[in-house]
Design a protein around this ligand. Structure first.
Ligand code: NAI
Ligand code: HPV
Length: 355
């Protein structure tokens, strides 16, 4: 039915949307069209599938994350995006108008969406806070322990029949420096305390009661955190201010045998400087779930570096967390399009529910 309606005419009558998920146009029902790009949403079982299917939308499925160019090919024909880390630039938003009404992001980081443009055009950007922070903190510890105990090297050796008994490091009493005291940062603190680590932190938001209770030492400058800590773990948003916050000079300040574990965003770290520090012996290891370019060039030197561990942006992907995020993302979309129920809005275009 939808293909009988040209995009142009659909755009002219976009104000006729009703609250039932269908558009009445010249007596015909045209379902709302939603672009679903998030692979983990599509690939993981859970109640989100049935809930989305029950809405009567026309769902167009693509395997994301899509580049800006791929989004531009598709843009213009959708009432909503149910998306992940796709390149939703100003050009994509402009091409999506006037039909686009909502961007329901699956996940937390909004750095691939041009937020200024969404505000300018009044497009609400929804997100899914409070449902993936425990999973990401667990993966951060997984990387940290794997790096400290040479896990990949020793397992690879035993798989080849070699009994390689490598000596590693313990977490006990190590100084961990957590950058960003948000949801993941706080989960990191709890887990670090469980390992009897000495916890240090830095953030422009500081949950005072929590930090006092958990014994977190507050640093007022990033330099002082780097000078102090054996392990640095960034958990801030990626912004112009945090881009390459882990750079050459700060890596040089770290104590001997220091490591960096990154499950935030690749661009928080100057990867060239990390490679130099690994090669010179200044940095003992770098474990990351995120890269400046994703997916990276298969020949990227970090991927095969003996002192590095790279996972493929899987920090929030567990069978427990994915359905939670997917349900929250689709609930945001449906509640907004139906005009009722709470939504978690990240760009201030509509009021956000309390978390
Ligand atoms: N590897 C993965 O799969 C995942 C990665 N992430 C990344 O982790 C980040 C953090 O996630 P949450 O903890 O849930 O977000 P959050 O919004 O709860 O916490 C972020 C914290 O960073 C702080 N911050 C922002 N700019 C800062 C600055 N310039 N200096 C110091 N602190 C600053 C904020 O005050 C806030 O407390 C996300 O933005 C995303 O990039 C999130 C989920 C999954
Ligand atoms: O929530 C976030 O910001 C994430 O990085 C999660 O990434 P994903 O949506 O699993 O590709």
């Amino acid at each position: 039915m939808a293909d009988l309606v040209t995009m142009e005419s659909a755009c002219q009558i976009s104000d006729l949307y009703d609250n039932l998920g269908v558009l009445e146009w010249r007596g015909r029902a045209m379902p709302m069209r939603i672009l679903l790009t998030t692979c983990s949403f599509q690939d993981t079982p859970g109640p989100h599938h049935e809930f989305l299917e029950s809405q009567g939308y026309e769902i167009v499925r693509e395997r994301g994350p899509l580049s800006e160019e791929q989004m531009l090919q598709l843009a213009g024909d959708f009432d909503g995006f149910l998306c992940g880390d796709d390149g939703i630039t100003r050009a994509v938003i402009e091409k999506s108008l006037p039909r686009l009404r909502v961007i329901a992001k699956y996940g937390i980081g909004l750095d691939k969406i041009d937020i200024a443009a969404t505000k300018e055009f009044g497009i609400p950007v929804m997100f899914t806070p409070g449902v993936n922070h425990t999973t990401v903190a667990e993966h951060t510890f997984c990387l940290m322990l794997a790096l400290y105990r040479n896990l990949v090297e020793t397992v690879n050796a035993t798989r080849e029949g070699r009994w390689l008994r490598l000596t590693g490091h313990e977490l006990w009493r190590k100084k961990i420096g957590i950058i960003g005291m948000g949801r993941i940062g706080q989960e990191m603190v709890k887990r670090a305390r469980g390992f009897d680590m000495e916890v240090h932190g830095y953030g422009n938001f500081w949950p005072e009661d929590f930090c006092v209770r958990e014994g977190v030492t507050r640093h007022r400058s990033l330099d002082s955190l780097f000078e102090t800590c054996d392990i640095i773990s960034p958990h801030t948003k990626l912004t112009a201010e945090t881009h390459h916050m882990i750079h050459r000079a700060r890596l040089a300040m770290m104590p001997p045998e220091a490591i960096v574990v990154n499950t935030g965003r690749g661009e928080l770290v100057d990867t060239e400087a990390v490679l130099e520090a690994l090669n010179s012996g200044k940095l003992a290891g770098y474990a990351t779930d995120v890269m400046e370019q994703e997916p990276p060039d298969p020949a990227h030197p970090l991927l095969s570096h003996p002192k590095a561990l790279v996972t493929a942006h899987i920090g929030s992907r567990t069978f427990e967390s994915v359905p939670r995020q997917a349900m929250k993302a689709v609930t945001n979309l449906v509640n907004f399009l139906q005009g009722e129920g709470p939504v978690f809005c990240a760009n201030g275009v509509v009021p956000s529910a309390e978390e």
